[in-house]
Ligand binder design. Structure first.
Ligand code: C2E
Ligand code: CA
Ligand code: CA
Length: 391
C-alpha cells in the first residue's frame, strides 16, 4: 500500500507545464486526490470548498496573488496543511519566506526543487506522515498485542502543545500528548491505543515511555535556555501501586531535571477517587515537588470538598466548555466560575481548547492564568517544538 494513498494535495503553480508535470508525478505515487490552481485566489477557493487538504505545493512568483500573500491567508485558515515551497526564486528569499511561514504558524515541510523529482516528493511525504497525526482510530483497529509490540519497540513519542501565560504572553510549559509513530500508518492519535492499554492493565508501560521522553525533552529545552515545565497525562488505572512514585522520581532524576519541572495531569473523574492508595500516591508525588493538575475539569461533577482532598497545583478547564464559549453564555458561565474557583483555591487556571482570537481575549478578560489550544499551536513533534521555541 502506498503511504500517500490517504492524502490530498493542492498544486499552486501558474506555469502550465510545471504544474502538469508535478501533477503527473503526484499521480504516479497514487495520492487520493489532487487539486490544482494557477493563482492564490483560486487556491483559497479550493481550500474553502474542499476543507481538508494535507499538502500544498506552492510556487512563490505568481500573478494576482503571489505565494507570500497566499501563505498569510493560509495561516488564518482552519485547516493546517503542510506547506511545500517549490520555486526557482533566489535561496535567500525562499529562506525568509520559510521563516515567515513558521512565524505565522503554517506547518512548513520543506523545499521542492524545480523541476521536481519523485524521490524528493516521496521524502517530503514521508516527513509529512511522521509529523501529522491521523485521526482514523476507528479505521485502524489495532490489537493489544500490536500496541504492546509498538511500545516494546519504543515507537511511542510525546508531541508537545505549548501552554501560554496570559499575562506575559510567553510560553510557560507544554503538554506531552502521546503519538504512535507507526512504521506503516504514520502518526496515530491516542484514541487508538489508550483505552485498550488501560483495559489490559498495561497503561503504565506507555506512561513511563512518554514520561522518559518528555523528561529528556525538558532537559534539552533547559539546555537551550527555555525554562518551562512539561505536563504528562497520568491514567487512574496506573494509580494503585505506590511504587509508581519511585519510578516517576527516578525518571526525573535520570534526565537531570527537578520534580517541579514536571506536572502530572489527572482527570477530574479519576481525582474523585476514594481509593486510599491513589490518594497516597498523589500526596506523595506533590510532596516530592511534582505539579498536579486536575484535567478535564467540569466533566466530572466533583465537589469542592473532593477537590481539596488532593493537593492540586493547577486546574484545567475542559475544552468542551472553552471551545465555543464566546457564542454560548452557558459555556462562558461555566468557564468563568471555574477560573474563579481555581483562584479561590489558590490553583493556576488553564483553559484548553482555545481555537480563536475571541476565545483567547475572553479568557484573558476573566484573568485565566494559562491558555492552550489550536489557536496557539497544535501538538507538534520535538524537532518542530525546538525550532519554534528555542534558538
Ligand atoms: P487531553 O489530556 O484532554 O488532551 C487535550 C486534547 O485536546 C489533545 O488531544 C489535544 O490535541 C486536543 N486539543 C488541543 N487543543 C485543541 C483545540 O484547540 N481544539 C480541539 N478540538 N482539540 C484540541 P489528543 O492529543 O488526541 O489526546 C486525547 C486524549 O488522550 C488526551 O486528552 C488524554 O486524555 C489522552 N492522552 C494523550 N496522551 C496520553 C498519555 O501519554 N497518557 C495517557 N494516560 N493519556 C494520554
Ligand atoms: Ca491532559
Ligand atoms: Ca481535555
Amino acid at each position: 500500500m502506498s503511504l500517500a494513498q490517504s492524502l490530498t494535495a493542492l498544486v499552486l503553480e501558474d506555469h502550465d507545464f510545471q504544474r502538469h508535470s508535478l501533477i503527473r508525478m503526484l499521480n504516479s505515487i497514487c495520492m487520493k486526490e489532487i487539486y490544482q490552481a494557477s493563482h492564490g485566489v483560486e487556491a483559497l477557493e479550493i481550500l474553502n470548498s474542499v476543507g481538508k487538504i494535507d499538502l500544498i505545493f506552492c510556487d512563490l512568483d505568481m500573478p494576482k496573488m503571489d505565494g507570500i500573500e497566499f501563505i498569510r491567508h493560509l495561516s488564518r485558515h482552519d485547516s493546517s496543511p503542510s506547506l511545500i515551497i517549490s520555486s526557482a526564486t533566489d535561496h535567500a528569499i525562499i529562506k525568509s519566506v520559510e521563516k515567515m511561514a513558521t512565524e505565522y504558524g503554517v506547518s512548513f515541510l520543506g523545499l521542492l526543487d524545480k523541476p521536481a523529482n519523485v524521490k524528493q516528493i516521496t521524502e517530503l511525504i514521508k516527513k509529512h506522515l511522521s509529523i501529522t497525526t491521523v485521526h482514523k482510530a476507528d479505521a485502524l483497529n489495532f490489537t493489544i498485542e500490536e500496541i504492546l509490540e509498538g511500545i516494546e519497540k519504543k515507537q511511542f513519542e510525546p508531541f508537545f502543545q505549548p501552554k501560554i501565560d496570559f499575562k506575559s504572553g510567553l510560553i510557560s510549559g507544554a503538554e506531552a500528548l502521546a503519538r504512535w509513530i507507526h512504521p506503516d500508518h504514520g502518526v496515530i492519535a491516542p484514541y487508538a491505543f489508550i483505552e485498550k492499554l488501560e483495559y489490559a492493565g498495561k497503561i503504565d508501560l506507555l506512561t513511563f515511555q512518554i514520561l522518559e521522553k518528555s523528561a529528556s525533552a525538558c532537559r534539552t529545552w533547559l539546555d537551550r535556555g527555555l525554562n518551562v515545565t512539561v505536563s504528562v497525562n497520568l491514567s487512574l488505572a496506573g494509580l494503585e501501586d505506590p511504587a509508581i512514585v519511585e519510578v516517576i522520581t527516578k525518571i526525573a532524576h535520570k534526565a537531570a531535571i527537578e520534580p517541579n519541572q514536571i506536572s502530572l495531569e489527572i482527570t477530574e473523574t479519576a481525582a474523585m477517587t476514594d481509593s486510599g492508595p491513589a490518594l497516597e500516591i498523589l500526596a506523595r508525588l506533590r510532596m516530592r515537588g511534582f505539579g498536579l493538575s486536575v484535567d478535564d475539569y467540569g466533566t466530572g461533577f466533583s465537589s469542592l470538598k473532593q477537590l481539596t482532598r488532593v493537593p492540586f497545583s493547577e486546574l484545567k478547564i475542559d475544552q468542551s466548555f472553552v471551545t465555543g464559549c464566546t457564542s454560548d453564555f452557558d459555556l462562558f458561565s461555566i468557564v468563568n466560575s471555574s477560573v474563579e474557583m481555581a483562584r479561590a483555591l489558590g490553583l493556576k487556571s488553564v483553559a484548553e481548547g482555545i481555537e480563536n482570537q475571541e476565545e483567547w481575549d475572553a479568557l484573558m478578560d476573566i484573568e485565566c492564568n494559562i491558555g492552550q489550544g489550536y489557536f496557539i499551536s497544535r501538538p507538534i513533534n520535538l524537532e518542530n517544538f525546538l525550532k519554534k521555541y528555542t534558538q
